[in-house]
Design a protein around this ligand. Sequence first.
Ligand code: MG
Length: 445
Amino acid sequence: MNRRTLLQQLAVGAAALASSPFAQRTAAAEAVAAKANQGSGRLRITRVRPILTAPQSGVRLVVVKVETSEPGLYGLGCATFNQRAVVVKTAVEEFLDPFCRGRDADNIEDLWQAAYTSSYWRNGPVLNNALSGLDQALWDIKGKRAGMPVYQLLGGKARFAVPCYSHAGGRDIPQLLDSVQKIQAEGYRHIRIQLGGYGSPQLAGKGDYEEAGFGIPAEGHMDPAAYCRAVPKMFAAVREKLGEELLLLHDIHERIAPIDAIRLCKDVEPYRPFFIEDPFSPEDVGWFKILRSQTSVPIAMGELFNSPHEWTGIITERLIDFIRVHISQIGGLTPARKLAALAEAFNVRSAWHGPLDVSPVGHAANAHLDLAIWNFGIQEAVRFSDAMREVFPGAPTMKNGYMHVNEAPGWGVDLDETAAKKFPLPDRPGYWEPVRRRDGTAVRP
Ligand code: MG
């Protein structure tokens, strides 16, 4: 066989091999491997940056945008800490951004662990919020790459939508009853009732400290005794006028002495509250055992928690019924889903903190987790203004007492940066203003 004939035969053989089923399968496998390789190893973080905006009620929202090496692919995460927004901004710009650039956007757990310990000292609210911004943005990216909403990545829906409670309040009982009925008419079954604000400062009158020129006028005054007398009467009035079916909640907001909180829980027990929230400050969690031995009132706790050291004991000892952390304050979805799994083992339910100082991205994160976990308890409802929806297209919606998420991949929430610029942060820094007792002593929330 001459050289030319050999080459011709080899060419025919190669063509036959290339068109064989084996070759086609091999090529397909290579394409899948190339794609997978691109997915698992090549998507790099190119920038992590904070976006600050205040479209509703002057609340200082911080959202972190994580940009990647794939043009147009980015994620959003909530890092909102209204009282220290610009400190979170600094943490993101000066520390997280340089730490993350060039790292693999796909490895969420690894990035979370590495960033968490990158400060050595950890579990504080500023760094946890910055970390949450990164973490939730990476879950958003993961969902976009998978073409799925994040709740699908967590196992899919355990319920069709997210049942919520809404806030009713008034200066007096008639005003409160009116407020409860308006919320009932919107379709809510779970309603939180407060008389005269947290700790009922509107019942307190003027503090002696004000006469003495102690403190400044912007601060509030509460009278723990007046508050403790008013709350059982409030429950009695709502039950008497509006019946037994409503699921009633109340927030003590940590403002009274621990033993007063225990007596108050016992006083409201006959009115069967759905839960009583935050009877103690985080520093007083040792009182839960005493509370638990005295009453079967369901307890929600944890919106001020930052660290696993704060929740692990009270969950594993079955001292609370609802864990109520603010998800960005504990570092994002990654720690929150682990917390939910821990709580499930002890049949402690979720009630993630969800007021207006959570961005729509953060509310979406709450709701996606709510949809996917078995031990969901209740979610705090939110009402977004038109301005908020303009800045955050795709934000969750409320209907008949349920929260619904946008089904687009990731969180389903975007951020219009041009619109966000129309709503700069208020000039003054955000403070949790002190509330004082009659003699001027600052009350600890
Ligand atoms: Mg609260």
